[in-house]
Design a protein around this ligand. Structure first.
Ligand SMILES: CC(=O)N[C@H]1[C@@H](OP(=O)(O)OP(=O)(O)OC[C@H]2O[C@@H](n3ccc(=O)[nH]c3=O)[C@H](O)[C@@H]2O)O[C@H](CO)[C@@H](O)[C@@H]1O[C@H](C)C(=O)N[C@@H](C)C(=O)N[C@H](CCC(=O)O)C(=O)O
Ligand SMILES: Nc1ncnc2c1ncn2[C@@H]1O[C@H](COP(=O)(O)OP(=O)(O)OP(=O)(O)O)[C@@H](O)[C@H]1O
Length: 545
């Protein structure tokens, strides 16, 4: 998280700030009532990030009411305050013009769209949701759009690309105020298509309100984030919001799992455009189906077909059958946007856009032993990542941990999955946040040990901390025939322990441990860079989850 929120906020804003009257905003958003008029040049919902001339939005939160920070917002140069009945007194005490409404969160998207002029004029949006695969699919989408000659933006967990200056990403999906500012910045910079990740948190908190996606895409749904959503049904309901007709013009739904099939059926009932996609060879009926999957280098080649005989042949560079699914989703979203099969095939043949690397996603660090860093941080992803790296002979040594202050129910499940699928499991720390790292490890260990007992597994289960030591231990155990998978943190470069950020990059630690053990990692310039670095831009995408 950047320490200076105000500086970080500036990076989201259009180069030429808008000038909009409160009375005009109230005309566009009838739920608002305005007493004194004023001109605003931005919108912000955090007092620490306010820019001079902003409309500060004081909204009720889980820990505080934003209006209690009205004085700080005014001191930072806010020109007016938008809040609800509960916040009115604190807002009025600043002497600034106050705009009021009954539900602040419900209007943030529309107010932001009005201020930044993004209701009618913004890049075409390709939004991807699902438990796993969002980041990878958006990288594939952006690369495909570039190959088709579009000028593109990217919004997601690893980085935000909105022109020449990379913007560090803090959230997977930024706040609504920041999203509309970013889209205005992209539009002003000539970007005409943007690939973005849409998290379930964003859909729950109304962060994508006021946006209409050209195409929405669904990867899959498996257990995660139950701390926020409570049940899988609620989690699904959050994801499904992206597929409401008013939120997305066209939709592509992967129907490999029952959640996808339910989502597609619901969308079809509304009479809105939807294409279904089946990526596994299990006989599922769909508009587009993946066939003829064959290994190609570390990745795969495959064909995407529809019932009328159209076909697209593609190859994806990243390991893992799930990356065939992600690539097929990106391709089908492009087709759903109106691009023809012939134009897409030409771009694939001439530019090989699905060979793009994604930082920390199945990132290969060495070949003998095979050593891979991946972002799998829930049970389904971990199982698939281990299966993807399993060699014909040799053992799989898996190093991972679970995050603190997040869905604790997934910890023993991850432990069990790792024990079932690996030969050696080294359980270590991820981001403990405010929790005791030993207690988190113990939850994961319990699941792993239970699986070993229940299923009479021969898997070695080892506890090691800190994470760098666990990685070194994995390398010391490995022979050239083995595979090491370091899972859970992917591209991340800082570890949060009790509120203190420690530098920690699995790719660097693994590489150093391999060298120390006499192995040869591949050159760092052959491994993944961020999209902005690949575009020749300066800077680094950094994110804390
Ligand atoms: C759990 C969660 O998502 N919380 C969101 C929620 O916070 P909250 O209700 O606790 O807010 P609060 O702390 O009570 O503060 C109330 C208001 O006062 C403001 N404030 C607060 C302090 C101050 O000094 N000044 C100030 O103005 C806050 O900005 C907020 O607007 O409402 C805030 C305003 O919309 C969000 O910023 C905040 O997201 C926080 C930053 C967050 O970390 N969210 C994560 C979990 C998240 O969204 N993650 C998903 C991806 C998950 C995944 O797939 O792994 C993401 O899209 O990144
Ligand atoms: N389609 C998929 N199905 C299942 N697992 C996947 C899929 N795609 C990727 N994964 C696994 O999930 C991990 C995270 O992938 P990715 O970053 O693309 O997903 P994400 O949805 O953006 O995740 P997050 O929301 O946690 O940032 C990968 O490192 C890989 O292990």
């Amino acid at each position: 998280m950047p320490t200076d929120l105000s500086t970080a906020e500036r990076a989201f804003r259009p180069v030429h700030p808008p000038r909009v009257r409160l009375s005009d905003i109230a005309r566009a958003v009838p739920a608002l009532s305005v007493t004194d008029d004023a001109v605003v040049s931005g919108v912000c919902l955090d007092s620490r990030a306010v820019q001079a001339g902003d409309l500060y939005i004081g909204l009720p939160g889980a820990r505080a009411h934003g209006a209690t920070f009205s004085d700080a917002a005014a001191a930072a140069g806010a020109a007016a305050i938008l809040t609800d009945d509960e916040g009115l007194a604190a807002a009025a005490a600043t002497g600034l013009p106050v705009v009021s409404t009954t539900s602040v969160r419900a209007v943030i998207g529309d107010v932001s769209a009005c201020v930044f002029g993004t209701q009618s004029d913004a890049p075409a949006l390709f939004g991807v949701t699902g438990t796993n695969g969002k980041t990878t699919t958006t990288y594939f989408l952006r690369s495909l759009l570039n190959a088709l000659g579009r000028s593109t933006g990217l919004i997601g967990t690893i980085e935000i690309v909105a022109g020449q200056t990379p913007i560090p990403s803090v959230l997977t999906t930024p706040e609504a105020t920041q999203l509309h500012a970013l889209l205005a910045r992209m539009r002003d910079g000539g970007i005409d298509a943007t690939a973005m990740e849409v998290s379930s948190h964003a859909l729950d908190y109304g962060r994508v309100a006021g946006l209409r996606y050209a195409v929405a895409g669904f990867t899959q749904l498996t257990q995660d984030h139950l701390d926020l959503h409570g049940t899988m049904e609620e989690y699904f309901a959050s994801k499904a919001r992206l597929f409401e007709p008013e939120t997305s013009r066209a939709a592509v739904v992967t129907v490999d799992d029952a959640w996808g099939r339910l989502l597609a059926a619901r969308r079809r009932e509304t009479g809105s455009h939807v294409l279904t996609l089946a990526t596994r060879d299990d006989g599922a009926e769909a508009d587009w189906t993946v066939t003829d999957v064959a290994a190609h280098g570390l990745g795969h080649e495959f064909t995407l077909r529809n019932a009328t005989g159209d076909a697209v042949s593609a190859r994806v560079g990243l390991p893992g059958d799930f990356n065939v699914s992600n690539a097929a989703l990106a391709l089908t979203m492009i087709l759903a946007s109106g691009i023809g099969v012939a134009a897409l095939q030409q771009a694939l043949d001439e530019q090989d856009p699905l060979s793009v690397a994604v930082p920390g996603r199945m990132q290969v660090i060495s070949h003998r032993p095979a050593a891979v860093v991946d972002f799998a941080h829930n049970a389904d992803a971990l199982q698939r990542a281990i299966a993807a790296v399993r060699p014909a002979s040799g053992r799989v040594i898996t190093v991972f941990g679970a995050t603190g202050d997040r869905d604790a129910t997934k910890r023993p499940v991850m432990g069990a999955v790792a024990a079932e699928c690996s030969d050696v499991v080294i359980i270590t720390d991820d981001d403990p946040h405010s929790e005791d790292p030993a207690a988190i490890r113990s939850d994961v260990l319990a699941g792993a040990r239970q699986a070993v007992t229940d299923q009479s597994l021969t898997t070695a289960v080892i506890e090691a901390s800190p994470r760098a030591a666990a990685i070194r231990h994995a390398v010391q155990l490995a022979t050239e025939e083995d595979t090491i998978l370091v899972a859970g943190r992917g591209h991340e470069t800082v570890q949060d322990v009790a509120g203190v950020d420690h530098a920690l990059d699995d790719r660097t630690e693994l590489s150093a441990a391999l060298v120390a053990a006499g192995f040869t990692p591949i050159a760092s310039n052959e491994t993944s860079t961020t999209a902005s670095e690949a575009d020749g831009q300066r800077g680094e995408g950094v994110k804390s989850s």
